[in-house]
Unconditional design. Structure first.
Length: 314
């Protein structure tokens, strides 16, 4: 019988962690498993709730960070300390239905694949504006990147030990898991499901947080924004040169003085905006490079009940 590790990043999920465990216990009745909660610097009572669960259940483990390092760091930590033959990534809020787990395990064991991942086919209950930008992100990302992200793909996936080890080899500081799973390759099967609302609590993801996460993904897997900056610079330089020739010819032939203060101001402001946008794109890439060169750990563990010789940092 295979051993399954279920990795659960948690940030302010005190109302959800207990409900999640109950659902897992109902679902996995004939499977050996461990649940690894990663407390990502929660400011509520999440850690104490998890500790209570671990005291009552020997298969409940926890890792508590010294501060909030982000979901990507929590995923990396969970994969690093998971001991299972198969590893599952899930959210604690039950938006990733535990009922899909038996199907995922059965697919991995009986079909020629390395990853079984879940994708939402609907966004019922989600704000329309958020859904619109989400669809737009996937289309834009796939156009400018060599990676192909599946629209509606989630972090909910079950993988073999080999896949998890491959992800751990990519120890970059700036992480975008959806892209990393595509980059390492392996055979993936997709399971579709309807969107499920949170079982308890409120989401900690804001619109700006998701926007920042999208930018992280784009910068991590493509340099297209830099190429776009070069293209825009070339196009507008050509337009400016042609317009300059037109002005000189008009003055020489017709003695037509240069006019149009409003036009000049609009052009200056527009081109200034393009320049700032290009500098911003370049600065983003430089900032990522700056963080990578520091070689700081992806996370720091404050406390855990997982036995390990080295767990302080990863």
């Amino acid at each position: 019988m295979v051993f399954l590790s279920i990795v659960i990043p948690c940030f302010n999920e005190e109302e959800s962690v207990g409900i999640f465990l109950e659902e897992i216990q109902k679902t996995l009745t004939d499977c050996d498993y461990e649940i690894i909660y990663i407390n990502d610097g929660s400011t509520d009572n999440t850690l104490n709730k998890i500790k209570d669960l671990s005291n009552e259940n020997n298969n409940v483990k926890f890792i508590s960070f010294s501060r909030n390092f982000g979901k990507e760091a929590a995923i990396f930590a969970g994969l690093k300390f998971a001991k299972g033959d198969y590893i599952t990534l899930m959210d604690a809020d039950l938006q990733h239905p535990p009922s899909l787990l038996p199907q995922m395990l059965n697919t991995l064991q009986n079909e020629d694949c390395d990853i079984v991942a879940a994708r939402r086919v609907s966004r019922k209950g989600e704000p329309k504006l958020k859904s619109f930008f989400s669809h737009g992100f996937y289309k834009f990302f796939n156009r400018i990147s060599k990676m192909n992200l599946i629209d509606g793909a989630t972090d909910y996936r079950t993988m073999t030990r080999q896949v998890a080890d491959s992800i751990l080899e990519l120890n970059e500081y700036n992480r975008f898991s959806k892209g990393l799973f595509e980059w390492v390759g392996f055979e993936t099967r997709w399971i579709e499901y309807e969107n499920v609302e949170r079982a308890a609590g409120e989401t900690t993801w804001s619109f700006w947080g998701l926007l920042h996460y999208s930018v992280e993904g784009i910068v991590a897997f493509t340099t297209a924004p830099l190429s776009i900056s070069i293209l825009l610079g070339t196009v507008f330089s050509a337009i400016a040169f042609i317009y300059m020739i037109i002005i000189i010819v008009k003055y020489l032939l017709y003695s037509d003085p240069v006019q149009g203060f409003a036009t000049i101001m609009c052009a200056v402001l527009f081109l200034g905006g393009i320049q700032l946008l290009s500098i911003g794109a370049l600065g983003t890439y430089l900032g990522k490079t700056y963080k990578e060169t520091k070689n700081r750990p992806i996370f720091i563990v404050k406390e855990t009940n997982i036995e390990s010789e080295e767990y302080e940092a990863g």
